[in-house]
Design a protein around this ligand. Structure first.
Ligand SMILES: [Zn+2]
Length: 405
């Protein structure tokens, strides 16, 4: 490789490191950037010059804090300069958000569709409509660098092919290929499993920040899992990994939406909990709310149903803790809400079934991003192409006046 070419590659990699640092970790002084990225002060100054000129970052004088020496100015990402569109396709809701560089949520819309998951065609039409609504502002549209979509199903990362989404009633749907033209946006459209994305978001900005061995368990109707191993998402060879909802746990159990008998989901899913409490299995969010209200007032049937669900949660988690030795299990979606009622029986089963050494190291905590975890993870997925090589996008936006508001 010629020297010029090599230095250009290095420059682009360094730009990526700076933008990624500001996006993931928030405002930084120049001296912190020097320390974190390991470049000289003059190299940082020159790269920041480019980013400042493109208005991708902004610099502010730091307030004097009584410390000796001149304060280093604080650099922060400009959330208006580059934005992504995040979409979440769930069984009982559809959500969309515009998220700016640095992770700021600029607008978020959630549409309830309880009890009636829509066909693929209708879902695509609804997403296109939400996208038009959120990107009606021309400057926002011009600042768009990607679309990320979270789907409650088994998704191939390379092209967004949904192999199976039993609770949506989808099978073998080329979702990514059909959604991209329907949106008509000239940016990458990436589709992934909702729990994988929830794990990503909790690791970057939620309950698992600073932890590099994390199991994220989530679900509204079904059960999904997302894994962070050594600080990186574990998705398997095609993105199908982490389908912990379909771990076989009960040979004498019920049939699962995937066709098998006794998957973990059939014991810890919403339907199982509602059935145990003597309520219609398909009662949805309203039925769950009512169940939790009753449990809070001491209703014995509701409490017993939650306790039994906690047992099955603990049994499944014991196997996963033995396999993965995580430091943190983050319970998201419905599991985060029921945790106060199930933690007793859950921890008991964990004590009973997990090996003592990994058991002693793991903590079970609720999600911090709650209902928005997967949506925010979809935003992170959408930022990934730009973060990997911001130089391409700086060139691209050269003809477009970046928002300076
Ligand atoms: Zn299953």
């Amino acid at each position: 490789m010629a020297i010029g070419q090599r230095s250009e590659t290095v420059r682009r990699a360094n730009l990526s490191a700076i933008v990624r640092e500001l996006h993931a970790n928030g405002p930084r002084s120049r001296s912190m950037l020097v320390a974190r990225i390991g470049l000289t002060r003059s190299a940082i100054r020159s790269l920041l010059g480019e980013l400042l000129e493109a208005d991708l970052v902004r610099e502010e004088r730091a307030a004097l804090r009584g410390t000796p020496g001149r304060p280093s100015p604080v650099v922060r990402a400009n959330p208006q300069a580059m934005v992504v569109l995040a979409i979440e396709v769930n069984v009982d809701s559809l959500a969309a958000a515009v998220v700016g560089l640095g992770g700021e949520v600029l607008e978020l819309v959630r549409v309830d569709r309880a009890g009636r998951p829509d066909s693929v065609d209708d879902t695509i039409a609804e997403i296109a409509e939400l996208s038009r609504r959120l990107l009606r502002d021309g400057r926002r549209r011009a600042a768009l660098v990607g679309v990320g979509v979270a789907v409650a199903g088994v998704v191939r990362r390379s092209d967004g092919f949904v192999s199976m989404a039993p609770n949506l009633g989808w099978r073998d749907v080329p979702f990514g290929q059909r959604l991209a033209p329907a949106l008509g946006l000239d940016v990458p459209v990436t589709v992934a499993n909702e729990a994988d994305l929830g794990a990503l978001a909790e690791h970057l900005r939620g309950a698992a920040t600073g932890h590099d061995h994390v199991l994220f368990v989530t679900g509204e109707v079904g059960v999904g899992g997302g894994l962070i191993v050594d600080g990186r998402p574990l998705t398997g060879v095609a993105g199908f990994g982490g389908e912990i909802g379909h771990l076989p746990v009960n040979r004498a159990g019920r049939q699962c939406g995937c066709g098998a008998i006794g998957c973990w989901e059939t014991e810890v899913g919403e339907g199982a909990l509602l059935t145990r409490a003597g309520r219609p299995a398909d009662g949805g969010r309203d039925a769950l709310d009512a169940l939790l209200d009753d449990a809070a007032t001491g209703d014995r049937v509701a409490l017993a149903a939650l306790e039994e669900t906690g047992r099955w949660l603990g049994i499944g988690l014991a196997g996963l803790v033995n396999l993965l030795n995580p430091e943190l299990v983050v319970l998201g979606g419905r599991f985060g809400r029921i945790l106060p009622f199930v933690s007793g029986s859950l921890e008991e089963e964990l004590d009973r079934h997990a090996l003592a050494a990994p058991r002693a190291l793991v903590r079970i905590v609720p999600s911090r991003l709650e209902a928005d975890a997967s949506l925010l993870g979809a935003a992170e997925l959408a930022f990934e192409a730009m973060l990997a090589d911001p130089a391409v996008w700086l060139r691209r936006s050269g003809s477009v006046q970046l928002a300076s508001a």
